[in-house]
Design a protein around this ligand. Structure first.
Ligand SMILES: [Zn+2]
Length: 252
């Protein structure tokens, strides 16, 4: 059930049917090589959530595209939000979801650039008391490239009209350039690492992508997410521990 599709009258029933679980599909708008749309991650997050909702009743929050993508600011078409504002927006929407009756909020991430943001956001839940729990599901295994074989296959399954296979480069543009290999060799990281490897925001190899492959990967991800939703519906421990934790943070 997509949040925005429901009428106000239907909403309360939908909250009950979802047992208070709400998925938040997280993505961003950024360049995906020469051949894939700026909204590639948005389409994938939406598809995985919608397919999972077919298997297990759940409410899906509207596409949340305002996540971490500062490293693509040099590419036209990118929508990069300031880091402090991203955290505030995430916090704000979680409070809105909870205020509307859903106390189990599940972040479903389809954008690799959020891998440090989201665990930090979870940790920040401990800063002040709240009556809901935020869960982060494992990222779909297939979304490990960027406009490469898996994302391109997924888009061929979801929106083939937006994929331009003739524009896929044949010169190995998707291979990492390793311009910071001398730092990486000693485990040293900087914020410019992605730009160092993939300045054109193409990582992997899209040649060979197929809609059938995309279908299979999306369905596999949906089954995994549906299982996670069932586990989260049954979970009472995280909330109990969170409440106990908040209670013991008051030293008066
Ligand atoms: Zn992507």
């Amino acid at each position: 059930m997509r949040w925005e599709d429901l009428t106000g009258d239907q909403f309360e029933q939908a909250v009950a049917a979802s047992q208070g679980v709400c998925l938040v599909p997280l993505s961003c708008i950024e360049r995906h090589g020469h051949h894939a749309p700026l909204g590639t991650d948005m389409f994938i997050a939406r598809a995985v959530c919608e397919r999972a909702a077919q298997l297990e009743p759940v409410i899906i929050f509207p596409d949340f595209i305002f996540t971490q993508i500062l490293e693509a600011r040099h590419c036209i078409g990118t929508i990069a939000i300031q880091p402090e504002l991203i955290l505030q927006l995430l916090e704000n929407i979680c409070r809105e979801i909870a205020r509307n009756g859903m106390k189990k909020i599940v972040l479903v991430n389809a954008h690799g650039g959020n891998q440090s943001l989201l665990p930090f956001f979870l940790q920040s839940q401990l800063a002040s008391q709240r009556d809901y729990v935020v869960y982060l599901t494992a990222e779909p295994k297939f979304a490990t490239d960027h406009a490469g074989l898996t994302e391109t296959s997924a888009l061929l399954a979801i929106r083939p009209d937006l994929i331009h296979m003739a524009q896929v480069p044949s010169d190995g543009e998707g291979a990492p350039r390793q311009r910071l290999a001398h730092l990486a060799a000693q485990g040293i990281l900087t914020g410019i690492w992605w730009y160092a490897d993939h300045p054109t925001h193409y990582a992997g190899e899209a040649l060979g992508a197929t809609a059938e492959g995309g279908e299979a990967m999306l369905n596999q991800a949906a089954v995994g997410l549906a299982n996670a939703i069932r586990t989260i519906k049954a979970d009472a421990t995280a909330k109990a521990l969170q409440d106990a934790f908040y209670a013991t943070t008051q030293h008066q």
